[in-house]
Ligand binder design. Structure first.
Ligand code: FAD
Ligand code: SF4
Ligand code: SF4
Ligand code: SF4
Length: 386
């Protein structure tokens, strides 16, 4: 006797109602049960027609990304959606594959939505500052311009930003900027961990109740935790409004490591005007000279925590900012919360920032790198290019 997979009744092998799926034959007690089983098949066919061309991938991709590395949970969603797949010890392809992408899109272990890669976004922009007083900025100088707007309008009491000191210009120092003069020197990126939370706590203890806070996802997550955790400081004792301005981040490196590297290459940190990481290269600019090195050479100086970090775009921020996606001189901006969206658009409307919608191909670049960072979680591929 066989078991009808729809109603679980026993069925004789001689039943006329049978369906072949992969190498298996399924036996049904009635035409009705067989129809119900077939309905699934029709849904799959409809889905195949609807899947966009670029989302069509073969079973090989599922095998490479999920099954081979041992991430598969044996949930059976792939086999349930395709008659060419069976689950034995692992999912196996036993029939033709048309590369329709249906199995890949059902698997709970694949990443297929934008939100899974970069979090919730209200609107995405390419933007740059329009301030006369700001010379440069890491990308479009948008973070600094936005904080300038918020300070000048009295929307915030201060901003926690990271800046350079004269003696050790590339050692990050977190400060509380209450005036634009203090803020402007903080524009630009320093690629080492900054102790931003200490400065935030200081600002709160000094009675600041509305604070802009800038940092990469690990810093933003610390604030988020203090706001959301049942015993978080910002939830229980310190009732300050913190506007979280997140920075995209692939890696940071130890200050001592960067110093050692620079000196090994006959440069001095005090002479370097700016540092930039792009397309797998670390660039050091001194006057008109730019020295470029492969990021691989900095592997030994990479902060160990960054190897386990999967959040490129600071998903818990009110607004996130990065250089990926947009051309030189622009910042990619992801407005997330309603307060973030409003304040950014006010800064645009009042002329501190100019902005346009982010183009699809620009967003695709962000999504591509976000995926590289996410799959670290599974150890699928160790990222070495940014
Ligand atoms: C460590 C680090 C790694 C980054 N990696 C990437 C990346 O891989 N890809 C990408 O697209 N973008 C990355 N960024 C973000 C990018 O470099 C710019 O900060 C972002 O595009 C905003 O540019 P802007 O010109 O609008 O900002 P600006 O107006 O120049 O303002 C920059 C802001 O960054 C803050 N800041 C600088 N260094 C630090 C630090 N160490 N910790 C906390 N805050 C800091 C300053 O306080 C300032 O407010 C990284 C930034 C940092 C700090
Ligand atoms: S035909 Fe089957 S195995 Fe191939 S991609 Fe489509 S659902 Fe996956
Ligand atoms: S859908 Fe994904 S997790 Fe589930 S059995 Fe198939 S490969 Fe494994
Ligand atoms: S990679 Fe992650 S952990 Fe490392 S500095 Fe950036 S946000 Fe923080």
């Amino acid at each position: 006797m066989k078991i009808d997979p729809v109603c679980n009744k026993e069925v004789p092998e001689t039943t006329p109602y049978t369906v072949e799926h992969g190498c298996k034959v399924y036996y049904f007690c009635s035409a009705e049960c067989m129809k119900k089983y077939d309905y699934m098949g029709k849904s799959v066919i409809r889905l195949k027609h609807n899947l966009e061309e670029k989302k069509r991938v073969s079973f090989g991709k599922l095998r490479k990304e999920i099954i081979k590395p041992g991430i598969c949970t044996l949930c059976g969603a792939c086999a349930a959606s395709c008659r060419s797949i069976i689950i034995s010890s692992v999912p196996k392809l036993v029939g033709p594959c048309t590369s329709c992408g249906v199995c890949y899109n059902q698997c709970p272990r694949t990443i297929t939505t934008e939100e899974e890669l970069v979090g919730r976004i209200r609107f995405a922009y390419g933007a740059r500052n329009t301030l006369d007083c700001l010379h440069g900025g890491q990308d479009g100088g948008v973070v600094t311009a936005l904080i300038t707007y918020a300070l000048e309008e009295g929307l915030i009491d201060c901003a926690v930003v990271t800046t350079h000191t004269k003696e050790e210009p590339w050692k990050p120092v977190a400060i509380i900027a209450e005036r634009c003069e203090d803020l402007l020197p903080s524009s630009g990126s320093i690629y080492s961990h900054s102790m931003t939370m200490e400065a935030l706590m200081d600002a709160i203890q000094r009675g600041m109740r509305s604070i802009a806070f800038v940092g990469p996802s690990c810093n933003i997550d610390a604030v988020y935790k203090m706001q959301k955790s049942p015993y978080g400081f910002l939830r229980i004792f310190m009732r300050s409004n913190v506007l979280k301005l997140g920075l995209f981040c692939m890696d940071t490196f130890s200050y001592e490591g960067i110093k050692e590297f620079v000196e090994m290459h006959d440069m001095r940190l005090v002479d370097i005007d700016s540092m930039k990481i792009r397309k797998g290269k670390f660039e050091f600019s001194t006057g008109d000279d730019v020295s470029t090195f492969s990021l691989d050479e900095f592997d030994q100086y990479r902060s160990s925590s960054c190897k386990y970090c999967t959040d490129l775009t600071a998903e818990n921020a009110d607004i996130s900012f990065g250089g990926i996606g947009t051309p030189e001189g622009y910042t990619t901006v992801l407005a997330r919360s309603s307060i973030g969206y409003e304040i950014f658009n006010e800064a645009v409307a009042t002329g501190y920032i100019e902005a346009r919608p982010l183009e699809e191909k620009e967003m695709d670049r962000v999504l591509h790198l976000a995926k590289l960072k996410k799959v670290q979680m599974y150890g699928l591929s160790r990222r070495n290019k940014t």
